[in-house]
Design a protein. Structure first.
Length: 210
């Protein structure tokens, strides 16, 4: 039996995922959590084989949570789920130790297949993710500037480009406005940009936001 834990801050989505898995004979959901902190507590009490982890959580970035899980529970296979397109977070998640990456628009059968595959110790990537990975193989020498950003900086950049204010970003990332301002300054410096308008233009041009 493949034991699955679901971590997502949307109750309706957790319910939907649970119902999909409940219909599969060799899988069962052994726990749910709505935040990074709750997920770590849950995993200590309810060991699982596969963790379905949302990229965007209210208290900590999903990629950062992934790193914590990999450090404390190295045997758990982590399948990242996200509303974001593959080109935004897939490569970052896989480099951080994820076993696979799926968008929330994926079909139920695709989810079940992904869970089985990562449980067997194999990576699960969609054709879109495979293409993104291929493009990253020899990209170090002339990699896009946004690839030089830390996960927090990258998240800040995407939120600014999506039109969110520093206050909104601070609330969503559970940080102070001052800290977010520091991230913004770092992003502009690393990206060699002057202001939010240039940042937004860059993000749109590189299809980092929709």
């Amino acid at each position: 039996m493949i034991k699955v834990v679901i971590v997502d801050d949307h109750a309706i989505l957790r319910r939907g995922l649970t119902q999909i898995i409940a219909e599969i004979d060799d899988m069962e959901v052994v726990g749910e959590a709505d935040s990074s902190a709750a997920a770590m507590r849950l995993l200590r009490e309810h060991p699982c084989n596969v963790l379905l982890l949302d990229v965007t959580l209210p208290d900590r970035n999903g990629v950062e949570t992934l790193k914590l899980v990999r450090k404390e529970f190295p045997k758990i296979q982590v399948l990242m789920l996200s509303m974001h397109p593959e080109n935004q977070y897939a490569v970052r998640a896989l480099k951080a130790g994820a076993a696979g990456y799926l968008t929330k628009q994926s079909a139920p059968a695709q989810l079940v297949s992904a869970i089985r595959q990562v449980h067997q110790g194999r990576k699960y990537v969609t054709p879109a993710v495979a293409e993104e990975l291929a493009q990253n193989v020899d990209r170090d020498a002339d990699q896009p500037l946004h690839q030089t950003l830390s996960n927090r900086e990258y998240q800040t950049m995407c939120m600014i480009a999506s039109g969110k204010s520093l206050t909104d970003i601070a609330h969503q990332m559970s940080l102070s406005v001052k800290t977010v301002s520091v991230y913004r300054a770092r992003v502009l410096e690393k990206m060699r940009l002057k202001n939010n308008a240039e940042l937004t233009h860059y993000a749109i041009r590189n299809q980092l936001v929709q």
